[in-house]
Design a protein around this ligand. Structure first.
Ligand SMILES: [Zn+2]
Length: 332
């Protein structure tokens, strides 16, 4: 008899579904391609089908599903699990939690903001022995984060805490997806990095960056990062600007929350880790009170790609717990 947890990471272009035991051994994981244009009802159908299929493929009828945890982009109201108006999914007022509970006929599914899930995964499976106050920051297409304060995820009044990508770091700067100008996400995300590179290329510059895309336009943040790591000065300048603003944003957070550790994750931060680690730490430590700086660590994700699924498991293990035990044959 197996006792298993289902974790789901809902993204705008793909859904990751995983099945694991309570020790964090991932038995199986699958990716389903999805899309913003498919609409929320269709995507929720894909999500429930993915859960049923992974249970069917990996369980015998007597096995027990201990819990189902779904990580969703925000803004997500907690605990009711309603996506308000997500620039990422392009959904508005979708009650994910209630929809999934109805479709799967189970009384409780935990739906959490994906950045809180990632922060929980880093905390529980990475840093729990050493640190109780940490901030997780993901830099990929967008920028977001989660706070673990005193060993607990901090969600704010309605679940909206952690939208640190929308901290303004450059007043009057580039327009953000949220409608404001100069948000950290509009200045330092993968989207911003590729935008800056493509602006250069339109001016007839950035040839060193273009070489990394084999001349294909528009260039992606990944290609800018590759050029940066290879020493291209224009790519380095773009990344340096992003790091400068990321450093400012992190310094603001450090002065506000006085965390023991900042953990960076996401494809852009992890891909540029060797290049940005030192300048970013310098930027931050120059701008915060010495007392905050003395005790501050800046580090990178210890669990990398698996933090979404392990974060779902951490959410199950940490609680709050209202999970029923449901036999696998309910889903098969
Ligand atoms: Zn914004």
């Amino acid at each position: 008899l197996q006792e298993l947890i289902i974790g789901v990471d809902l993204g705008a272009t793909k859904i990751l579904t995983g099945i694991m035991d309570i020790d964090g051994n991932i038995l199986d994981q699958t990716w389903i391609k999805t899309g913003r244009k498919l609409g929320s009802q269709y995507v929720l159908g894909q999500l429930t089908d993915g859960i049923k299929k992974i249970i069917k493929d990996n369980c015998s009828p007597d096995d027990v599903i201990l819990g189902i945890v779904v990580a969703s982009p925000g803004p997500l109201a907690w605990p009711e699990g309603i996506v308000y108006d997500s620039p990422n999914l392009k959904w508005s007022m979708v009650p994910i939690k209630r929809e999934l509970e109805t479709r799967l006929k189970v009384p409780f599914i935990a739906v959490e903001h994906d950045t809180n899930i990632a922060a929980l995964g880093e905390y529980y499976f990475g840093y729990r022995q050493q640190y109780q106050d940490l901030i997780y920051i993901t830099v990929s297409t967008g920028i977001g984060g989660g706070y673990i304060l005193n060993g607990q995820v901090y969600r704010g009044a309605r679940g909206g805490a952690g939208e640190l990508g929308h901290m303004v770091v450059k007043p009057g700067g580039e327009r953000c997806g949220c409608g404001r100008q100069g948000c950290l996400e509009a200045i330092a995300s993968g989207t911003a990095i590729s935008r800056e590179a493509n602006l250069l290329i339109q001016q007839g510059k950035g040839l060193g960056i273009l070489a990394f895309s084999q001349g294909k336009e528009p260039v992606s943040a990944r290609e800018v990062a590759a050029a940066c790591l290879a020493g291209d000065p224009e790519a380095r300048n773009i990344i340096d600007q992003a790091v400068k603003h990321l450093g400012l944003g992190i310094a603001n957070l450090v002065n506000l929350f006085n965390p023991e550790i900042i953990i960076l994750g996401g494809s852009v931060a992890l891909g540029l880790k060797d290049y940005i680690a030192e300048p970013l730490e310098n930027q931050v430590k120059q701008q915060v009170f010495r007392m905050h700086a003395d005790s501050l660590q800046i580090s990178f994700s210890s669990i990398g790609q698996e933090n979404a699924l392990l974060g779902c498991l951490a959410r199950y293990l940490i609680g709050p717990s209202t999970f029923p035990r449901v036999k696998a044959d309910h889903f098969i």
